[in-house]
Design a protein. Structure first.
Length: 245
């Protein structure tokens, strides 16, 4: 069996354990509309770091008052092979009485606990802890690497941030010149949806002092890229030098 990298984390809720699909979190456990972005940040950063989940890659977490708080129970719900459900105990009143920030921290810890149970090795568990700490510290400011190109002369990294629904997510470019030992870094694009970055940047080319970012060409990609000018061309000298402290 070939192990899969994590692809998706989602939060659900239910009052009774049934075989039917649970509802997304937000009705019983009161959360902000963009609570799902907490999951997206966790999943995308873990995927970047190489977190493996076995023969499935979608982790669906179901909050329920039927279990003691923080107790994790793998669900026997029959579903697609790529999806695995985990029921997690959470007291409704205690959760709903928290502030928005406290709820975010609570959910991060809850997600981390489930992922620690999934982790197959100490190294994999360490990845979960590292990303959990990054999210506690940086939240929506955490950068997630999308694609990198490296040669003997330079390294180009395209990353992005997943911001709240009220803000534009941001695409970031970093260019390191190995010969000159200089690093340049800057945000270069506001994203209408953070997922757009997957379609806007398929490959990287550096030619005559300009970095070219080529988009994907599928029908789905055209939907995500139609609002942008592509391919994206960024002159290297237009990227500000990064001060190394």
């Amino acid at each position: 069996m070939k192990e899969k990298k994590i692809a998706d984390i989602r939060l659900f809720e239910e009052l009774t354990h049934t075989k039917s699909l649970p509802a997304y979190i937000g009705h019983i456990y009161k959360v902000a509309k963009d609570a799902h972005l907490i999951c997206a940040r966790f999943a995308r950063k873990l995927r970047e770091r190489g977190f493996m989940t076995g023969d499935f890659d979608h982790v669906y977490i179901v909050l329920t008052p039927l279990l003691e708080a923080q107790v994790i129970q793998p669900s026997n719900r029959e579903t697609e092979q790529r999806i695995r459900y985990y029921n997690v105990g959470a007291a409704i009143d205690a959760f709903n009485s928290q502030t928005a920030k406290e709820k975010e921290v609570y959910l991060l810890q809850l997600i981390a606990n489930v992922l620690q149970q999934i982790a197959s090795t100490a190294q994999q568990a360490g990845l979960v802890e590292d990303v959990y700490q990054l999210l506690l510290q940086l939240g929506s400011e955490m950068e997630i690497i999308h694609v990198t190109k490296e040669t003997s002369q330079y390294k180009v990294t395209i990353s992005y941030q997943i911001q709240s629904l009220q803000e534009k997510s941001t695409a970031i470019i970093e260019y390191h010149d190995y010969k000159e030992q200089l690093t340049r870094k800057a945000a270069f694009l506001d994203l209408n949806m953070y997922e757009d970055i997957y379609y806007l940047v398929s490959s990287i080319t550096v030619k005559n002092g300009v970095i070219y970012l080529k988009p994907r060409t599928s029908r789905t990609a055209s939907y995500h890229t139609q609002a942008y000018a592509t391919p994206i061309a960024i002159p290297i000298h237009d990227i500000p030098l990064l001060e190394i402290k």
